[in-house]
Design a protein around this ligand. Structure first.
Ligand code: TYR
Length: 283
């Protein structure tokens, strides 16, 4: 099993991963971040053992696993940097929300030693101070191996996640992006858009509507407090699947709007009943 783990991106996800492998697998961890504050805080809080803002420092740490926990828009630049300082055959994995093309891009750098990973875990919080060693417990982790993925590397990464009490599932990288474009990226986009609409409605009514949040509004928009850079990168990286899902959502909203406008009592009940049943099924 891995003993020396390097984490690129010392935020909430990278920090939680560091704490988890430290406490559950007894690993020593090295954090790398372009923001010196993140390294400083990470070390102070005991989230990472060592850290640096310089990629070159990884050379001395000699990791046996490197985990990318940066926004997906930074993957290529990070990969280029890592390639220069890492030994060949060091395993690389990631925690990114988009796979597809990115997985093949990473393979161009690291061949079969890159294993794409996506833990379906997290909150709207960002920053290393929120790191939680139990974050991955009983959560699903999607790994996206390809023809090229080294089988031993894949087994090791799978086994590692299982030791953190996560459930591992395999998926094709492009299928992954269709699935999470719909179930994750669309809801985040809609939550951000709802806040935008609320801001406009506040201006038009001259009432600060944000002063009157009910439980529904809070439940629905919790994820609109998520990190903007992370989500910008996800939206752009998975834009085709997301645009397709947004289009479908717009049609659903138009449909609902039409039923309300035309006072279609029966059809409204049907529409709401179907939605309610789907919601009741998922937990
Ligand atoms: N933001 C989600 C939440 O708060 C967590 C999450 C985000 C999970 C991105 C996965 C992911 O790719 O529930």
């Amino acid at each position: 099993m891995f003993k020396r783990v390097a984490i690129v991106g010392v935020g909430f996800m990278g920090g939680s991963f560091s704490l988890a492998v430290k406490s559950r697998l007894g690993c020593s961890t090295f954090g790398m971040d372009i923001n010196p504050e993140a390294i400083k805080r990470g070390k102070e809080l005991g989230v990472i053992d060592e850290g640096s803002t310089q990629m070159l420092a990884l050379r001395d740490f000699e990791p046996d696993l490197v985990v990318l926990a940066v926004p997906v828009g930074a993957f290529e630049q990070v990969a280029r940097g890592l390639k220069e300082v890492l030994d060949e055959k060091v395993l690389i994995t990631d925690l990114g929300s988009v796979k597809g093309r990115l997985v093949y891009m990473m393979e161009d750098f690291f061949g079969g030693y890159f294993v794409g990973g996506h833990p379906i875990a997290g909150t709207e919080k960002s920053g290393v101070q929120y790191s939680n060693p139990e974050l991955f417990k009983n959560k699903r982790v999607v790994l996206t191996p390809t023809q090229r993925t080294d089988r031993l590397a894949l087994q090791k990464v799978k086994f590692m996640w299982e030791r953190l009490d996560a459930f591992v599932e395999f998926m094709d990288p492009f299928v992954h992006d269709v699935v999470f474009g719909a179930v994750s990226h669309l809801p985040h986009a809609v939550a951000f858009a709802l806040m935008d609409a609320m801001e406009k409605l506040s201006k038009k009514t001259n009432i600060d509507l944000f002063l009157y949040p009910g439980g529904g509004f809070k439940d629905f928009t919790r994820i609109a407090a998520s990190d903007p850079v992370m989500w910008r990168d996800i939206f752009l990286e998975n834009r085709e699947n997301l645009l397709w899902a947004i289009e479908e959502f717009i049609q659903s909203l138009e449909k609902l709007k039409g039923l309300i406008e035309n006072e279609k009592k029966e059809e409204l009940i049907e529409y709401l009943q179907r939605a309610r049943e789907h919601r009741l099924r998922i937990d």
